[in-house]
Design a protein around this ligand. Structure first.
Ligand SMILES: Cc1ncc(C[n+]2csc(CCOP(=O)(O)OP(=O)(O)O)c2C)c(N)n1
Ligand code: SF4
Ligand SMILES: [Mg+2]
Length: 304
């Protein structure tokens, strides 16, 4: 496949007319991925916002087959479709899972682990808005420490989420997956290239894309892309990929911006005291210091 650029992307839209909130990062992540995946794609989605805002009869905004799995079963269904195509000698199709962070890091993890272990050929994209947004912003395993959600409120003894974000990138690497990457809706070309590399991977591949949710994050809906960009520019969300046994940065955040610029624009972190912001800054600084020391990335994401 030719190098992906904005200029050689098809004008055709394969996902439009959904009912997502204004400024929704998750639906943008789906639309961008389909630009590269093309029409020979079979999508599998568990219950999640992108599914809920796009699968209501008779209006289906997907122009590719899109199947709704059980919440826990996305990757098991991917395995089944992949096996069916193999048995029927059908080539050239992309079997793609598109799931939220809750459906990936929590309830769908076992099915994903098994499918990656079997080496089935599929692409799994997790769009991460760091909570169960479709059901009212409950915390998930991917919610960062300190975040206010509806199940980790800021009141009395509860001061938001009290555990760090689960590192799905590292978990996928531990499976020996052939290809894994992190991505961001604020860097579409980087994302396109990663989807393209996943399409050319012989076995399973995994892409974890940060997709801000203005509604759940307490973020102005005009600032979705800016928030996603700041996550990268502050060093909180490294853009990297794992291919051929090596982890590489695909964007080096030189002159990192302070994490406060990212945290302060979001209502979910409004309660953060200066020491909370310093804690997050230290976690990120330690991560990048370690990366520089070893001249390689620690193989995962900054933990906070
Ligand atoms: C077994 C099961 N438990 C709970 C639900 C309810 N449910 C539907 S979507 C959803 C939240 C999904 O969160 P996530 O995967 O992060 O996607 P998001 O909504 O944030 O896009 C939940 C809890 C369900 N459909 N099935
Ligand atoms: S709640 Fe968030 S993830 Fe769901 S449709 Fe709205 S902006 Fe998108
Ligand atoms: Mg979510």
């Amino acid at each position: 496949m030719a190098k992906v650029s904005i200029k050689n992307l098809p004008g055709e839209e394969l996902f439009f007319g959904h009912a997502g909130c204004v400024g929704c990062g998750g639906t943008l992540a789906a639309r961008l991925a389909l630009k590269v995946l093309g029409s020979k794609t079979m999508l599998v989605m568990p219950p999640c916002c992108v599914m809920a805002v796009s699968c209501f009869y008779p209006q289906i905004p997907f122009r590719v087959p899109a199947l709704i799995s059980s919440f826990a079963g996305t990757a098991a269904v991917l395995s089944g479709i992949s096996a069916g195509l193999r048995v029927k000698n059908k080539e050239g199709y992309h079997v793609v899972g598109f799931a939220g962070d809750g459906g990936t890091a929590d309830i769908g993890l076992q099915a994903l682990s098994g499918a990656v272990e079997r080496g089935d050929r599929f692409i799994y994209i997790c769009y991460d808005n760091e909570a169960y947004m479709n059901t009212g912003a409950q915390r998930s395993g991917a919610t960062p420490r300190g975040t206010r959600t509806t199940t980790t409120p800021v009141t009395g003894a509860s001061q938001g989420e009290n555990r760090p974000k689960k590192d799905m990138f590292r978990i996928m690497l531990a499976h020996g997956i052939p290809y894994a990457a992190t991505a961001s809706i604020a860097y579409p070309v980087d994302y396109f290239e990663k989807v393209s590399r996943a399409m050319n991977t012989g076995g399973p591949s995994y892409i974890h894309v940060l997709a801000p949710c203005p509604t759940g994050w307490g973020l102005d809906s005009s600032l979705t892309v800016q928030a996603a960009r700041l996550a990268v520019e502050t060093g909180l969300w490294p853009l990297m990929e794992y291919d051929g046994g090596q982890v590489q940065l695909t964007k080096n955040p030189a002159n990192r911006k302070p994490v406060s610029s990212y945290l302060k624009m979001q209502g979910r972190f409004k309660h953060f005291a200066p020491e909370d912001i310093s804690f997050v800054q230290k976690q990120v600084d330690d991560y990048w210091a370690k990366a520089r020391e070893k001249e390689t990335l620690p193989g995962g994401m900054p933990m906070w």
